[in-house]
Design a protein around this ligand. Structure first.
Ligand SMILES: Cc1ncc(COP(=O)(O)O)c(C=O)c1O
Length: 396
């Protein structure tokens, strides 16, 4: 049966992060007290005023097909958002709304990649980049970043991997899974290099709202007009407004032509993002209460980051960087992983022994580490890290 599948999907892997969250949920449903640190989503509910705006739209009959690129007021509000918050001037016609950042990335790879085109993927990387690239015949080229430098990407990391087939560089600052950010000066060096070499940049800025220690997120396309012309700025409502299940993402394109192709791809695949969900997203941009909500989440995450770091430091032979963004820590457990075949087995041990769900680093192309999301209450963080510590003590 499987041999009847297209060669493109033969080796397609499911998202390991979604799989681990599903496993943790399943165990909990069986009455097992599992603490889940696997999820890549805020533990806050979507604000009521956003839900109410969507309900209102639904009740007023916004239940039909909508324009494939997104409803006009949302694209206009996004142009305003890009200008005010990111310092990028996109026309509404350069912006396309689709079913989450994930689907936009999928469509951008479909639009750009020919067989054998290479995409530079700074590693550790978010799990879907490599699978999506391969689906469209592209070749993901892993660009390792250094733990000693806090996993922050530099131009020197990239240069050895550039060939005449390099078509795209992915930037993801703040990064999933490391929480690393790229400082403005380095970002500029990288972007100017890409401009010079004719390499497109996909700047995945899904975690822009969550930065710490006073670090201010810088959008790649804001650096200058020429850089903007090679950059796709991908973002979503998912993390910023805790709207992961709504499936609303957006992209600012280098020009209208690219936006038109993405719109056509939308129109031939999803048609449009659920119409009333787009009205909810519009409210998130328009309602001043939304800013306060995001800031409340940001300060909560910053506090939890400090808490989880302090607890991780109590675990022997574990090294961890202080992430400047997102809501993950990516500690080095190599000393302990060495007692197992690999980090997948180690994560399975923690699930069985400690009843704690975490994602092994190999899922992100970086063996021997764990991604631990801190979208959990303080009590869960304290209890979860204590459980990991005890399970580890049993190994020595
Ligand atoms: C780096 C990164 N990009 C994109 C996405 C996808 O976000 P969305 O829910 O908008 O599809 C995620 C979600 O985990 C992510 O971590």
């Amino acid at each position: 049966m499987l041999e009847k599948l297209s060669s493109r999907v033969q080796n397609l892997k499911p998202s390991p992060t979604l799989a681990i969250s599903a496993k943790a949920k399943q165990l909990r449903a069986q009455g097992i007290d599992v603490i889940g640190f696997g999820a890549g989503e805020p533990d806050f509910d979507t604000p009521l005023f956003i839900k109410e705006a969507a309900i209102k739209a639904l009740m007023e009959g916004q239940t039909k097909y909508a324009p494939a690129a997104g409803i006009p007021p949302l694209r206009e509000a996004l142009a305003e958002k890009f200008s005010k918050e990111n310092g990028i001037d996109y026309k509404p016609s350069e912006i396309v709304v689709s079913a989450g950042a994930k689907n936009l990335l999928f469509l951008i790879f479909l639009m750009l990649l020919n067989e054998g085109d290479e995409v530079l993927v700074p590693t550790p990387y978010w799990v879907s980049y490599t699978e999506q690239i391969k689906l469209f015949g592209g070749k993901p080229v892993e660009v390792p970043t250094e733990e000693e430098k806090g996993f922050s990407l530099s131009l020197e990391d990239i240069k050895p991997f550039v060939t005449d087939r390099t078509k795209v560089l992915i930037l993801n600052s703040p990064n999933n899974p490391t929480g690393a950010v790229i400082e403005e000066k380095e970002l500029k060096r990288i972007a100017e290099f890409c401009l010079d070499k004719g390499i497109f940049i996909i700047s995945d800025e899904c975690y822009e709202a969550f930065t710490y220690d006073g670090f201010k997120h810088i959008s790649t396309a804001s650096l200058d007009e020429e850089i903007k012309k090679i950059t796709f700025t991908v973002n979503a409502f998912s993390k910023t407004y805790s709207m992961t299940g709504w499936r609303v993402g957006y992209v600012g394109c280098p020009n209208e032509e690219f936006a038109k192709v993405l719109t056509n791809l939308n129109s031939q695949s999803i048609s449009n993002v659920t119409t009333f969900a787009q009205y909810g997203a519009l409210e998130a941009l328009k309602n001043p209460e939304a800013r306060k909500f995001v800031e409340k989440m940001r300060t909560t995450f910053e506090r939890r980051r400090d808490l989880i770091l302090s607890k991780l430091m109590e675990i022997p032979d574990v090294k961890v960087n202080t992430p400047k963004g997102a809501f993950y820590v990516f500690p080095n457990f190599r000393n302990w992983v060495a007692k197992f075949n690999d980090d997948i087995e180690f994560a399975a041990y923690l699930l069985d022994e400690a009843k704690v769900a975490v994602v092994p680093g190999s899922a992100f192309g970086y063996e021997g580490f764990l991604r631990i999301s801190y979208c959990n209450s303080d009590d869960e963080i304290i209890e979860g890290m204590e459980r990991i510590k005890k399970a580890i003590e049993r190994l020595s």
